[in-house]
Design a protein around this ligand. Structure first.
Ligand SMILES: *Cc1c(COP(=O)(O)O)cnc(C)c1O
Length: 346
């Protein structure tokens, strides 16, 4: 049975073009800065994001960690959302390893932090308080349903942070999804930020890695931190080669995943046992609950779909699911999924 894996876009396998590029990659010792393929990926990523330099890292988590630790010293604080990936899902690394205080503000449903909340919560130089060095946003916003931050909003936060001399970081794990949704470019979206992390291993389908981009001075600092965190890799060009294919071939096709997400959402909305989140999907993610009259739990439904149809879905609550579209989900998979849910839940 062909598996239809809708749990996440992290499940994407590398394409055969990526595997070929990996086999042929020119490599060297990247800790010495001698891996031509890593260097090429870093330059390409920096150019696409409109920054001076880039740094290849094993994961988005390490990218965000190196970024926060570059911007903040021990006892400084970062303002971020209470639904931010950095706050929720990165094992508390910024505090555990960097001694950086996280100052959480309420995320709005659309992923924003209200500018007036940020303004009210900045802390300067009172002996009793940590100093606010950094504001971190997320785009697209994972826990807020894959929502997209509009450009006028991020530009405003950018102006604000410059005015106040506070750095601004973007967890742009899915920045290319955001760019597709806004019919804009990653460069334009990244422009208000001092630093940006994005993932190669999600919708872009590369097997491993993230790139952190920023000024040359910032990346020099982050480079030392990467070593300190144990992320200095040697012949990493094998991995970076897939990342280059990802940027060349995948970054501009994500609109297709969004169109299929709409198609899948429309099909599932006609299933009486499912209630889709309003306004969903924003990008490539669909969130839904089981209707009240359904007696099964989300776990049960997921187990049945896996066993009977080879369809894997993300369970995010007792009655709640997530489905994520990506390169390996085609129209046929969308139709099959809708049919399977109709059969089980009306
Ligand atoms: C996946 C993700 C990360 C972390 O990436 P890993 O490579 O899994 O460590 C960071 N931020 C967001 C918003 C993500 O979705």
């Amino acid at each position: 049975m062909k598996i239809i894996d809708l749990r996440s876009d992290t499940v994407t396998l590398p394409t055969s073009e990526m595997r070929e590029a990996m086999a042929k990659a020119k490599v060297g010792d990247d800790v010495y800065g001698e891996d031509a393929t890593v260097n090429q990926l870093q330059e390409k990523a920096a150019e696409m994001l409109g920054k001076e330099a880039g740094l290849f890292l094993p994961s988005g988590t390490m990218g965000n960690l190196a970024a926060v630790l570059s911007h903040c010293g021990r006892g400084d604080e970062v303002i971020l959302g209470n639904k931010a990936h950095i706050f929720l899902y990165e094992a508390g690394g910024i505090s555990a390893l960097g001694g950086v205080h996280s100052h959480q503000l309420q995320n709005q449903d659309d992923g924003k932090l209200l500018l007036e909340d940020i303004e009210e919560n900045i802390r300067w130089n009172d002996t009793h308080e940590p100093v606010t060095r950094l504001i971190a946003l997320e785009n697209t916003h994972n826990r807020c349903g894959g929502s997209v931050l509009p450009l006028d909003y991020t530009n405003k936060v950018g102006d604000f942070s410059k005015e106040h001399g506070i750095s601004l970081h973007l967890d742009g794990a899915r920045i290319f999804n955001a760019a597709a949704a806004l019919s804009s470019s990653a460069k334009e979206l990244a422009s208000p930020f001092d630093s940006v992390t994005f993932c190669l291993s999600k919708g872009l389908s590369a097997p491993v890695g993230s790139v952190l981009c920023g000024s040359r001075e910032f990346i020099t600092k982050a480079h030392r931190l990467r070593k300190q965190l144990g992320g200095g890799m040697r012949q990493a060009g094998i991995l970076a080669a897939a990342g280059i294919v990802a940027l060349d071939k995948m970054a501009n096709r994500l609109g297709e995943d969004h169109a299929r997400a709409w198609k899948l959402a429309k099909g599932l909305a006609s299933v009486s046992g499912l209630v889709l989140d309003e306004g969903t999907p924003h990008t490539n993610m669909i969130f839904m609950n089981l209707a009240e009259h359904i007696e099964y739990s989300a776990d049960k439904v997921a187990a049945h779909m896996h066993k009977a149809h080879g369809i894997r879905i993300g369970v995010t609550g007792k009655h709640r699911f997530r489905m994520v579209l990506h390169y390996w989900i085609d129209d046929e998979a969308v139709e099959k999924t809708v049919a399977a849910f109709k059969e089980l839940l009306g």
